[in-house]
Design a binder for this molecule. Sequence first.
Ligand SMILES: Nc1ncnc2c1ncn2[C@@H]1O[C@H](COP(=O)(O)OP(=O)(O)OP(=O)(O)O)[C@@H](O)[C@H]1O
Length: 263
Amino acid sequence: MSGPSTSGSALSLLEVRGVAKRYGGLAALDGCSLTLETGRITGLIGPNGAGKTTLLNVMTGLVRPDEGRVLLSGRDVTAAAPHRFAALGVARTFQIVRELGSLTVFENLLLAPRRQSGEGVVASLFGRRKWWAEESANALKAKALLERVGLYKLADQQSGGLSGGQKKLLDLARALLLEPRLILLDEPGAGVSPPLKLEMIRLVRELNAEGVSFGLVEHDMHLVGELCDHVHVMAEGRLLVSGTFGDVVKDRRVVEAYLGVAA
Ligand SMILES: Nc1ncnc2c1ncn2[C@@H]1O[C@H](COP(=O)(O)OP(=O)(O)OP(=O)(O)O)[C@@H](O)[C@H]1O
């Protein structure tokens, strides 16, 4: 990773510039450039196959782009591994939640990756004591997070028995363990009952008011309209239109992209 770049807006939290990713002959991303700004809940919408999930993967180090750059607060993180993004405060949730069904809800949270203290020489000398201290702090934190997302009563249940919405809330709690400054949500509304969707909206708003920024990939336009300050519309691996939700849904190019008509 190189040092801070000189360009980019002061509000830019995570930015992709000219990002391309090919799978064989298919361009999942094709010169995509866009910015998620600090403090905002930014929507990423677009028709199926537009490249939204691939972009989230690039923005969290799960996929290395063939071309282009990824900048976090102006710092080049294009080649950073997922744990590095996590350490820098970027967390994500998944379209299909990958909980360990045979473990309890609480155990799933304890096993989730989190920011760990450094493992220098001094740390390793005091390793065992430090490990215990960290583990008990993590257990307390996990309990507090379960309470926050409304799953505390289910802490001892096998997570495989959770509903779709409860799994999404567990995934959000898992992301929050990292104490992130940015959370990328991949379809948090998919397969979620209306009451839990409202709960998800409430939580995201509350976290945002506390200073957490969000990138939100979502097909549920009600959810996008409720949550997003700003929306980027993607089509065919690149940015098509950006603006307020009200503006982009009226945009002719966006309507055409969703209908599959050439803009
Ligand atoms: N690992 C992969 N191998 C091959 N093709 C892939 C891979 N990942 C994504 N693709 C293809 O890249 C394109 C973009 O996929 P992506 O999942 O990013 O789109 P999306 O906008 O998230 O779609 P959706 O809204 O349906 O989830 C699709 O055509 C998809 O089939």
